[in-house]
Design a protein around this ligand. Sequence first.
Ligand SMILES: Nc1ncnc2c1ncn2[C@@H]1O[C@H](COP(=O)(O)OP(=O)(O)OP(=O)(O)O)[C@@H](O)[C@H]1O
Ligand SMILES: [Mg+2]
Length: 602
Amino acid sequence: MRSLGSLNHYFWKYKYLFFSGLICIVLSNFFAIYPARIIQQLVDAVIDQILINQLFLGTPQYGALIRQSVILTSYFALLMLAMALLKGVFMFLMRQTIIIMSRHVEYDLKNAIYSHYQKLHTGFFKANSTGDLMNRISEDVGRVRMYIGPAIMYTSGLIILFLLVVPIMFSTSPKLTLFVLMPLPIMSIAVYLVNSNILRKSEKVQQQLSRISSFVQEAFSGIRILKAYNRLEHFGLEFDKETDEYQKRNLELVKFNAIFFPLIMLLIGFSTLLAIYVGGMEVAKGNISPGVIAEFIIYVNMLTWPMAMIGWVTSLMQRAAASQIRINEFLHTAPEIVNHNQEVYPVNGKIEFNQVNFTYQETGIQSIKDLSFQIEPGETLAILGRTGSGKSTVAELLNRFYDPDSGNIHIDGKPLAEHNIYLMRKETGYVSQEVFLFSDTIYNNIAFGLHDMNYSKEEEEKLVIQAAKDADVYDNIMGFKDGFQTRIGERGITLSGGQKQRITIARAIIKQPKILIFDDCLSAVDTETEEKILQNLVRIMKGKTCILISHRISTVKMADKILVLDHGSIAEQGTHQELMLQKGIYFDLYQKQLIEDQQEMV
Ligand SMILES: Nc1ncnc2c1ncn2[C@@H]1O[C@H](COP(=O)(O)OP(=O)(O)OP(=O)(O)O)[C@@H](O)[C@H]1O
Ligand SMILES: [Mg+2]
């Protein structure tokens, strides 16, 4: 439960809502209790009145006495009505304060978690699944809200009710009080046990439900593979199994749910029974008036629900505490990459790697070994190498998604870690190997690169069109019915692999950055388109430092310098001509690709 302590500052932040909520709880309870006293007086008064009336039966005063009785009961009835109204008003206000406070805290907490997520390093997102991140920001926050809202509201309601009711009961009849209160603790424990089971079972139902949704999601996003491999029937059977399990778990839950209300009713009935039985004996002995029995039955009914709530609230709090631990675990994860520099300055684009070593922590694979190279501003460096040789890792290090384990990376003579990371990323156009586009229009996907640059609408439009032309995707886009406004992704059209790659190129070059990094971004386009894009890039890359990563000689041969990577270190380097003369890996690759290209032509 200690983990919930980290939420205390929120009570202080919303102190006005919190304290006015507590006042409303006190008032609504007061107006709930007071009618019991009125009923006791009413019952006693009516009994007296009946006795008196009977004495005067047949006399001329009888009519007047009956009228008096009617006035008396109407007076009590009006009083009860007023009390009920007041109670209702304060209950309304109690929810309007405490529950609203809990919604505010939920909002704050979600925002705090989201903005913290965003600060975390890329490795964190590799180590934790997206589903887990989503759960902590939605379900876990929801459970914590149940503590801030309903749990606090019911607990303080119960405490206040006890403080108000029990002294009244004791002062009226200590013996009767002890008897009617006896079953209540038993009920709390029983409700707690039943409710913990309900929560455990419903969690299992929930887990199965998310299994079903991810099953369905995967099946339908891979529907083409399922059809192509004739696996529809098999998946149908698998789905049956999952839903069977779901039904089984739900039926178990229903069993416990079915016990819950009868159990409470049984215990309320038991207390009522005791109130009538013990109360009746007390009345017979002349210790209390009959009205007191009516009063006590009302108290019992009033106390049982909150007592049942103790069990419910306890399990809510346990769940909230467990959720808060999970939330805190992520909130207390410190970002590994922190920006210490807020300055804005021009970037020239000189890049140096000095004996850089890097190992991915999650896999323990050392993907960069003792790597050193230099690129002068405006130069183009190509990185070639077999799959898994560490090419993409170089790009990730340059984006500072990770920091090297040893050695250092300098930009313009200054260590990358001392640069303003946001400025560096703004001045870097990065096309990642993995194509990612947002489910939005093509226009917005390309203009995404321009964020923060204060262009007018017309200028922006011109730039988007120019970038699309440079990436050689303009004609494709104009071929769609909606042009640049075509939606892509989930509910839009599906682009071909090459079209997607070219849109990501347009997104990177639109902002005219000082440093361009293209990670295997021409792998899905044919050689003719590649040639066209490369020609455009020569113009765009003028005055910019560029890193071209590829498997293909055709992409890299025009570079000022070519690195051939092997197992994270440089195997060969030089210009196309120099490497051809060396007759090493590069030369072999050239021969092979030449043959492949010739075969393609035939
Ligand atoms: N995020 C990661 N976590 C753990 N290991 C990784 C990660 N990314 C890459 N690796 C590993 O690091 C090594 C180098 O990977 P890298 O992606 O840099 O290769 P690459 O040269 O770009 O290959 P490809 O040509 O196939 O794109 C590989 O062995 C890979 O398994
Ligand atoms: Mg790669």
